[in-house]
Design a protein around this ligand. Structure first.
Ligand code: SF4
Length: 177
């Protein structure tokens, strides 16, 4: 199984708390005006990469957690779900995932839900330029939600992820859920 991959960045600090290995995939049809990464939109960008190769690169760093971003990983949900399963099988790493879809849309779609079930924290919704706020942490616009997926699935309602447990001294803007 392969993922259409743009790049893998090590020790990023902007795609979730702590040091993270960020997996940037190709392909996004949301095409949000003001997108930070429009070169990721074409579905034929980057190169097809076996998930085993991506897994090996992620596991080569024993400390960093993992973020899936792009592009939108949910356009390659089956392959990313398989990769996430392997990461969880072989490590204690947490997985954050960025998407332009809404949690509710993902939940209603079996293929997308398979990736959701392997995600620890979801940052959902399109980037909305008019709601851009530089003071926000780990998201670009205030409509986007940082969701604790495990608790949300368990309680069958959207539970915001508690950023304070990771970053007690960081300025956190309140989340609208
Ligand atoms: S969902 Fe993300 S990658 Fe896709 S267009 Fe919107 S901001 Fe860009």
């Amino acid at each position: 199984m392969e993922i259409r991959l743009l790049s893998i960045l090590h020790d990023t600090t902007v795609d979730g708390p702590g040091l993270r290995t960020s997996v940037y995939c190709a392909g996004c049809a949301h095409q949000c005006p003001g997108c930070h990464n429009p070169q990721s939109w074409p579905f034929d960008a980057g190169r097809p990469t076996p998930i085993k190769d991506i897994l090996d690169e992620i596991l080569s760093d024993p400390f960093a957690d993992v973020t899936f971003t792009g592009g939108d990983p949910f356009y390659q949900a089956e392959a990313f779900a398989a990769l996430a399963r392997l990461i969880h099988t072989h490590s204690q790493k947490t997985i954050w995932c960025y998407t332009g879809f809404h949690y509710e849309q993902i939940l209603a779609h079996p293929t997308l839900k398979a990736l959701l079930q392997e995600t620890d924290v979801l940052v959902d919704g399109p980037f909305v330029a008019s709601l851009k706020d530089e003071s926000l942490v780990f998201r670009g616009s205030s409509n986007q939600r940082i969701i604790d997926v495990r608790e949300s699935l368990l309680q069958e309602t959207i539970i915001p992820h508690d950023l304070h447990i990771f970053s007690p001294f960081m300025k956190i803007s309140s989340q609208k859920v």
